[in-house]
Design a binder for this molecule. Structure first.
Ligand SMILES: [Zn+2]
Length: 212
């Protein structure tokens, strides 16, 4: 992706500077303090897009297949992520159900589908509505997606339960682990500056078209 000359404010020292094109795979640093300004990632938007599509597939597998199967006194019980929240609801603890379900199922689902929407809209110049709003909401929701914390909870439960019952990890658990890695990679490979630049270009074109 070509970067035209652009005025940048350093987040570290507030120095104003003009930054010209940088080659893919390179990073632009501040001329005053050497702080990170932005990078021009290799593969542009294709890499986060591929990772977001993989994350969505893994998200469905992680949520539709059981996380673990517990056998106590010959009684077998499968549990998906949502099942564990439903059990809390049935036991009269809707707040616990929300604490489990919202950061481990709802928010990651919204982030992954929102990311896919934004990346598809930009990559294929589809001009879908609300792309900018969704991008802003994704950055707001990121701190509230806590799949890794939930994974830690599953592992602690596994250790505690293994003394009392036969516990077998299910397909959902393995999909969940790979999903955490893919989701983190998708977010890490995103360059916000690149996304905003693409959205700005589109807004400029729309404005020009309006005045022509
Ligand atoms: Zn600086």
């Amino acid at each position: 992706m070509e970067h035209p000359d652009i005025i940048f404010v350093c987040h570290e020292c507030d120095a104003l500077q003009r930054v010209s094109n940088i080659e893919p795979g390179n990073v632009a640093n501040c001329v005053c303090c050497g702080g990170h300004l932005f990078r021009n990632p290799k593969g542009g938007i294709d890499k986060p897009l591929a990772l977001a599509i993989s994350s969505l597939i893994l998200y469905f597998v992680a949520n539709l297949y059981p996380i673990m199967t517990i056998t106590i006194a010959g009684i077998k019980q499968d549990a998906t992520l949502t099942d564990s929240a439903i059990v809390f609801m049935q036991q009269g603890s809707p707040e616990l159900a929300a604490i489990v379900w919202v950061p481990s199922v709802l928010i990651p689902g919204l982030i992954i589908s929102g990311l896919l929407y934004v990346l598809l809209s930009i990559r294929y110049s589809l001009g879908w509505r609300y792309t900018t709003t969704i991008l802003i909401w994704i950055s707001r929701m990121l701190p509230w997606g806590m799949m890794d914390v939930f994974l830690l909870g599953i592992l602690v439960t596994l250790v505690k339960l293994s003394a009392l019952a036969d516990v077998v990890l299910g397909t959902g658990f393995y999909a969940f682990v790979v999903l955490i890695i893919f989701n983190a990679a998708a977010i890490a490979s995103l360059e916000p500056h690149l996304l905003w630049e693409c959205l700005d270009d589109r807004a400029d074109r729309e404005l020009e078209a309006e005045y022509d």
